[in-house]
Design a protein around this ligand. Sequence first.
Ligand code: SAM
Length: 257
Amino acid sequence: MSNNEKHTIHDFDLNIIYEYFSSTERQGPGNIDETLKALSFIDGLTEKSKIADIGCGTGGQTMVLGAHTPCEIIGIDAWHGFIDQFNQNAQNKNLQDKVKGIVGNMENLPFQEEEFDLIWSEGAIYHMGFEKGLKKWRKFLKQGGYIAVTENTWFTEERPAEIQNFWQEIYPEIDTIPNKVAQMQKAGYLPIATYILPEKIWTDYYSSQILKRESFLKKYNGNKTVEEFVASQQYEAELYYKYKAYYGYMFYIGKKI
Ligand code: SAM
């Protein structure tokens, strides 16, 4: 199959994608250590501060924020199944008084202007596009508030055609580090920290999917859509191992100015 004939994650039935990802603590590349590292750049959070976690999924990172800040936190995600799981997780961790999940669309957030001291978003801003997300979410932050997002980024100015074409098709906004930082600055934030997440973030994410792929194929034996979806996930992982020198996830942390 040529790249053009391969399915991307966006082509598949959303229910299949959601079911595939709902059994894991995180639905994207990330872990506790990296969430805490990013949090270490944020100053001045008190029990009066509010955090929004946009595209929170089942809340892997939100629960870390809940356990390590005194703040009130709202997680928002488009899929009710993730939010049900999110609120269950908050309860299991005894964080339900501080951490709440709501269903909503990141393109049309149900928040007030200047409501938040911190906007968090791991592995989700790409659904809207990095630049558009940064611009549209800015009004929900107080002056001096922070934004912390992760984003897939090119590490080099040039790269092999196979990987260039793959990501260009899935996410045309993928760009280099200096271009992303410039976009953050142009959107009205002071860039506070920009750093590459360790390879382990993605290798753990992909290896956690190996068993899941097998059980998913067994459960949906003969279902072509599921087979193609699982194959697309496997192909993405193979490309990562082959081309990880050229791209990876980055944290971008900015302050509203
Ligand atoms: N932040 C979580 C994590 O790192 O584990 C989830 C990351 S997952 C890759 C992206 C999330 O964005 C999914 O939970 C998906 O449901 C959510 N999402 C996609 N489009 C959205 C939208 N328009 N509004 C709100 N959430 C959305």
